[in-house]
Design a protein around this ligand. Structure first.
Ligand SMILES: [Zn+2]
Length: 618
């Protein structure tokens, strides 16, 4: 009887304390995804093992040492474009919390989260929820070098606020919000039918719903997120509306933490507390981070123990794990350097494309309109998940790792060319008269690799437009990082210059391979290539001492017309012939922007209707 009473008391106590706190459905959501697609688990474990080995290397340790000096982070802060899908309910019944979220509230919420990552967040109403100052000690918060930025261009390169609102009229949404473990309301997939996920290689997708399974409270399970090793469809976060307006909510910092590759420090133990994690090998056990000591969830422990108190899981003083954002609890105000290192390594291993995405850059008038292909890959003869297709393509500024055709929801054709406005690594300029090297990496079984460039820009890949071919070459097996093939080519003289052209790179476990039609089990990827016609050097004059027409002064960084006429409209090209600047000078002086790096440039302007080109060295 006494036991039962104690148990009842404990349950009541846990219940009461838990109620005020935010928890997370990451583990359950991830388990569900991996049950539906067991390859995801293999992928996660494989990348984690790769990252564990990489993190032991001397090169990694050296990089970490360079990034962290005097307990302060010195490295780059990576900007991640985000799109916020707000799932409203305008039916006039049920819960309408998402309808009331303003753009300004969403912006403040993201700003607050970025301050949490920077270790500078100050709570407006609870000093206890202000973050520990940036630094490496147990009384500091390690800087997590990521910054969420609302998208400024959409997938079609049109201007956007990055906040997209949908009126969800799906049955049950008004009454129950989204279905998770219950049986009412639309599922995540149903909601994504209304609010399509944006290209996950260019945007991090955040969904805000009214509630889960009829629960609209501002505490309890507030959201979940996908691990970086997930396929694109599972790389997103879904959260309930109240987290946006609660200035002390750490849910977004926590959920994106999972999407950076971080686990709960109590992983493997009861998330409600009272159970310690096993931490025999901190690199392999529980959260796989060594400076989050063995612990229990502190969800229902209030007041929160200080670092002067004993952590029952280690028998020694707490080292700050009770304050960790990836924990549950009443005061979550810090990250650790170990979490930063793991987040960087895990994220870069799977989601590096988000760091080169142009999604958060304002729309420019860049010429990226590209001719559509007249035919594509129609499907696969054998849709078994062999590892097949390119896993990395490199040419000039194109540098695009991908998973190839491997996972259940993989596709046999990806059009990066039409999305080149989203990522600087989907397009490149190449010279017209010198050799270029296309590098294609494959993995697994033997495959045939081919590439074509639509040189005449008619939408069709003719036989004469094949630029590279490797017949049935080894993929190097399933372990490791695959095998890279370097394919050299020089564009012929009669190509379409200075115009976006489509390049198709394909690999398949087949001895024959065409640019279109049905493949065996591989993949084709399209990229944008511009072939830049070099200036004819004989037309370009050098600026030198003997010239009495134009001068360049490197100290003042100014070009000057010596005959005192005006430059008017002018353009500046790099040596590849690519226009990098255009302007209009009403005087005889052009002041160059400071952002010009050292190098050789070509200035072109007109005098009396005649084009004049000058080469100068900055
Ligand atoms: Zn979590």
């Amino acid at each position: 009887m006494r036991k039962i009473l104690l148990l009842l008391f404990a349950l009541f106590f846990v219940g009461v304390n838990m109620n005020a706190q935010e928890t997370c459905g990451f583990e359950q959501a991830q388990k569900e995804l991996e049950r539906k697609n067991p390859k995801l688990k293999q992928q996660r474990l494989r990348v984690e093992e790769q990252v564990r080995q990489e993190m032991q290397s001397a090169a990694f340790m050296q990089r970490v040492a360079q990034l962290s000096q005097n307990a302060q982070y010195k490295g780059e802060i990576y900007e991640i474009p985000v799109v916020v899908h707000v799932i409203e309910n305008r039916t006039g019944t049920g819960n309408t919390s998402t309808n009331q979220l303003t753009d300004a509230q969403i912006q403040t919420w993201i700003d607050n989260t970025n301050k949490m990552y920077a270790g500078t967040y100050q709570s407006p109403n609870d000093p206890n929820k202000s973050f520990l100052p940036a630094g490496d000690g147990i009384d500091n918060s390690a800087v997590i070098p990521f910054k969420l930025v609302l998208a400024k261009r959409d997938q079609n390169c049109q201007q956007t606020t990055g906040i997209i609102r949908y009126n969800c009229t799906l049955p049950g949404y008004a009454e129950y919000g989204m279905k998770r473990s219950g049986s009412n309301g639309p599922s995540e997939d149903d909601i994504k039918g209304v609010a399509k996920q944006w290209n996950a290689s260019a945007y991090y997708n955040m969904y805000i719903v009214t509630g889960f399974d009829g629960d609209f409270k501002s505490y309890g399970s507030m959201g979940y997120a996908g691990f970086p090793t997930n396929s694109d469809a599972g790389y997103r976060t879904v959260m309930r509306a109240p987290v946006v307006t609660n200035p002390n909510s750490t849910t977004l910092a926590h959920e994106f933490g999972h999407s950076l590759g971080l686990y709960h420090p109590f992983k493997g133990a009861n998330p409600l507390g009272n159970e310690c994690t096993v931490n025999n090998d901190c690199k392999k056990d529980n959260d796989k981070v060594c400076d989050t000591e063995s612990c229990q969830s502190v969800l229902s422990v209030n007041p929160v123990p200080t670092n002067q108190e004993i952590n029952p899981c280690t028998g020694q003083n707490y080292q700050g794990v009770q304050y960790n954002v990836m924990n549950y609890g009443h005061r979550l105000v810090k990250f650790t350097p170990g979490q930063r290192e793991r987040a960087l390594a895990m994220f870069m291993a799977s989601r590096k494309s988000l760091t080169t995405s142009l999604g958060a850059k304002p729309v420019e008038n860049n010429n990226t309109q590209i001719t559509a292909a007249t035919c594509n890959i129609t499907g696969l003869r054998e849709s078994k998940n062999f590892q097949s297709g390119p896993i990395k393509v490199v040419l000039g500024s194109i540098n695009n790792p991908s998973s190839g055709y491997n996972l259940n929801d993989a596709v046999s054709y990806i059009d990066y060319a039409s999305n080149s406005c989203l990522n600087s690594s989907f397009s490149t300029d190449i010279p017209n008269d010198t050799e270029s090297t296309l590098k294609v990496t494959i993995k697994g079984n033997s495959q045939t690799i081919k590439a074509w460039i639509d040189y005449n820009n008619n939408g069709t890949f003719e036989d004469t437009e094949m630029v590279a071919e490797e017949n049935y070459v080894s993929g190097g097996g399933f372990g490791g990082n695959g095998t890279e093939y370097s394919l050299k080519f020089t564009p012929p003289a009669d190509v379409t210059f200075n115009t976006p052209l489509r390049m198709r790179v394909a690999a398949d476990m087949s001895r024959t391979l065409s640019p279109c039609g049905e493949y065996r089990c591989g993949q084709a990827e399209d990229y944008l290539v511009k072939i830049i016609k070099k200036e004819n050097p004989t037309d370009i004059k050098e600026i030198n001492k003997n010239d009495n027409f134009v001068s360049y002064n490197s100290k003042s960084n100014q070009l000057r017309l010596l005959n005192n006429s005006t430059f008017g409209e002018y353009k500046i090209y790099n040596m590849l012939g690519r226009e990098i600047y255009q302007g209009n000078s009403n005087s005889n002086v052009i002041s160059l922007n400071k952002s010009f790096v050292k190098g050789v440039y070509i200035l072109r302007f007109e005098q009396k209707g005649k084009a004049i080109s000058y080469k100068f060295l900055k």
